[in-house]
Design a protein. Sequence first.
Length: 255
Amino acid sequence: MIDFIDDLRALKEGGQPGVLCIVTATSGSTPRKAGTRMLVFAGGTSKGTIGGGAVEHQAVEIALQALDKGVPFTRHFELLDDLSMECGGTMDIYFEPIGVAPRLYIFGAGHVGKALASFTPAFGFRTTVIDDRDGIFSNWDVPDTEFLLGNYTGLVNEIEYGEHTYIVVVTHKHEYDEQLMVACAPRDYAYLGMIGSKRKVAEIKARALDKHHLSPEVLGKVDMPVGIPFAAETPAEIAISILARLIDVKNRRNN
């Protein structure tokens, strides 16, 4: 059996991301049995084998897709029916992304959102900025970021949630901030923060408990007011306070 320890350590310490593929269960005739492992790197190369042929080819494709999702999952393969492999058994394969960059979604492309997006890629965050205002991205000059234009309530259900997901809510309306926070809070994420004054945050928390029926435990995980507290005044200074919080959460989770 191939030893992946050094490769996995390199990935976790910031090398090229990859996906560990493990055969967790088999039935009938299969090319490899449970416990077989393969490591797929971001460029599409691999180390080890889970049996070759169509199942391995498809597993590599799925592994590369897993890098975008950033969350582990298991897929079931019917070798004869789905892949036309003569051995005809079934295999369950577990896919675990390793060394995946954290995914940051910034709701709001205003001054604070734009300033934050200009900082975060340098610190390893794959950054997507979301806004609903026509023309807001017409002169978007922030490098190494993606942007999505559309309805907040729709897009909040389309983003990828998981242990590598970071969410910052800094829209141009308090009601949007509240709606997005309430929609995101029960989901799976590494970090969720919402902008707002202490007074406004207190009002939103009260409504979240009484009107939206969020539990104190769920609400307690939300960082609001967002960021590390210091005497920030300008959009860039506020963005730096948020960036500091993101880095702190990311590094604590990695350690």
